[in-house]
Design a protein around this ligand. Structure first.
Ligand SMILES: Cc1cc2nc3c(=O)[nH]c(=O)nc-3n(C[C@H](O)[C@H](O)[C@H](O)COP(=O)(O)OP(=O)(O)OC[C@H]3O[C@@H](n4cnc5c(N)ncnc54)[C@H](O)[C@@H]3O)c2cc1C
Length: 443
């Protein structure tokens, strides 16, 4: 019976386990995770901290007990600290400092990503936290219970930064949001969109400090101030949310890495070492918009890549169809969704790029509950291929972005979209749909 070892049992690892167990192949499955829990939904952190989710238990969808079967064993609180890829052995240490040596025939690396740190003067002061795992959520939630903690500084206006800013505001605290770039979420949204989100944040009394760089933290034992290149902000608690980097230390000098430092994998999640797979936030993924491998750490990509590695190991023929990096955000009821490349990312990737856009009411004017909606479609001037799309509204327009995701994956041109059949019903949209109108406006 072959022995499969999986390192990391969060979203990617669990997806692989599901497929392997359900495939019914004869295999012994041994899983290691250094954390005490599995299946924590990081996306729920801000919702729990903002008291929009009642029970923290609802942020988990499974447990170690639910996953252990006759042929699978999960070791939690057990960190793998070395892999011998020649002898095919992983070395772990559990909480009792006992070393566990386990041989494998096939190995799946699902070690995820680590938050990018701000290693600045004063970083070791208390009450400065990154936001990633369940324990971070618990610590931040507890600190916010303290009446003495009133001034919160959030660093980074990406998705997690603005979600945490909203959450902390919902707890009645004062929030300063500091961002190096000129708008929020600039990797996904053009200023036409992100400026609306910035207005929404300001309307909800979040103090924005953009184009500003953090230089140091000050205080005695606990953080008291955040120093930037422009000002000094009072801080009882600092949340750092400036992105993630792949956790690939275990494969150092053995497994090929991408320019972003992720394990390089093919469409079957195979690394350069035979029998060694990498999935989720520690691995590369193929971008259909860029037409090359890239790095997009996201739960959706983690689950899909886990399913692929699990299938390959189980003898099921399945290949990745790549990603568009489709993403969404909802802050104080304002919704923005995006897929593929925004204008600046497309230009950075050296596409000769054009865009078309349209803004309208979601439904006919006679409908009572109605909101403005805006759409921008980015496309290649020469091939006419759709490269990206962005949508925003107080209405729930989220499902519309999947249409564009598939269009990018299938290399649909902007011209093809002009007469695409889109239904009309006043409860949902207008006869001259804003997507059709945007496409018709393409030069
Ligand atoms: C606050 C927050 C909000 C998010 N919101 C969204 C969202 O709305 N939508 C979305 O798509 N994505 C979201 N994400 C991203 C998503 O959580 C990640 O993409 C996803 O968790 C990746 O899953 P993974 O299994 O690859 O890695 P991880 O979840 O990082 O899991 C890796 C596992 O490996 C274990 N591990 C690492 N090294 C070792 C070792 N040496 N030995 C043993 N175990 C090890 C870790 O303990 C961990 O359990 C969010 C992330 C955060 C932090």
């Amino acid at each position: 019976m072959k022995k499969i070892v999986i390192i990391g049992s969060n979203h990617a690892g669990l997806a692989a386990i599901n497929v392997i167990v359900n495939s019914g192949i004869e295999a012994e499955l041994v899983v290691f995770d250094k954390n005490s829990n599995l299946s924590y939904l990081g996306c729920g952190t801000s919702l729990f901290v903002g008291k929009q989710v009642e029970s923290i238990n609802n942020l988990f969808y499974t447990s170690k007990d639910a996953y252990e079967t006759k042929s699978s064993k999960i070791h939690i609180n057990t960190e793998i600290n070395k892999i011998d890829f020649i002898e095919k052995v992983v070395y772990a240490e559990n909480q009792e400092k006992v070393e566990i040596k386990t041989e494998y025939d096939e190995l799946i690396l699902a070690t995820g990503a680590n938050p990018i740190e701000l290693n600045l003067e004063g970083r070791d002061l208390k009450n400065i936290h990154t936001v990633k795992i369940f324990q971070d959520c618990q610590v931040v939630d507890q600190l916010l219970e303290d009446e003495a903690i009133q001034n919160i500084v959030v660093i980074g206006a990406g998705a997690i930064g603005i979600e945490m800013a909203e959450a902390v505001k919902r707890r009645g605290k004062s929030v300063d949001l500091i961002e190096k770039k000129a708008t929020c979420m600039s990797n996904y949204f053009d200023p036409w969109f992100s400026e609306d989100m910035d207005a929404c944040l300001m309307d909800n009394d979040i103090h924005l400090h953009y184009s500003e760089e953090v230089l140091a933290f000050q205080g005695e034992e606990f953080v008291e101030q955040v120093v930037t290149n422009k000002a000094v902000y009072q801080a009882d608690l600092v949340l750092i949310a400036i992105g993630f980097q792949p956790n690939t230390g275990l494969g150092k000098n053995k497994i090929r890495l991408s320019e972003q430092g992720a394990f390089k994998v093919n469409l079957k999640q195979e690394t350069n070492l035979p029998g060694v797979y990498a999935i989720g936030d520690c691995a590369t993924i193929y971008s259909n918009a860029l037409e090359k491998d890239t790095y997009i750490p996201r739960a959706t990509n983690a689950v899909r890549s886990g399913m692929i590695a699990g299938s390959t190991i189980s003898g099921i023929d399945l290949e990745s169809t790549g990603t568009q990096g489709t993403t969404g955000i909802s802050i104080f009821g304002y919704n923005m969704v995006a897929t593929g490349l925004n204008l600046s990312e497309a230009k950075k990737a050296r596409f000769d790029v054009l865009y078309t856009e349209f803004e309208d009411l979601q439904k006919p004017i006679f409908m009572e509950e109605n909101h403005s909606v805006k759409v921008r479609i980015v496309y290649d001037k020469n091939t006419r291929r759709i490269l990206g799309a962005q949508l925003a509204s107080y209405h729930d327009i989220s499902m519309g972005i999947h249409f564009f995701s598939l269009a990018i994956e299938e290399k649909v041109t902007i011209d093809k979209l002009k007469l695409t059949d889109i239904f009309f019903l006043p409860h949902f949209n207008q006869p001259y749909n804003y997507i059709t109108m945007a496409a018709l406006g393409a030069k």
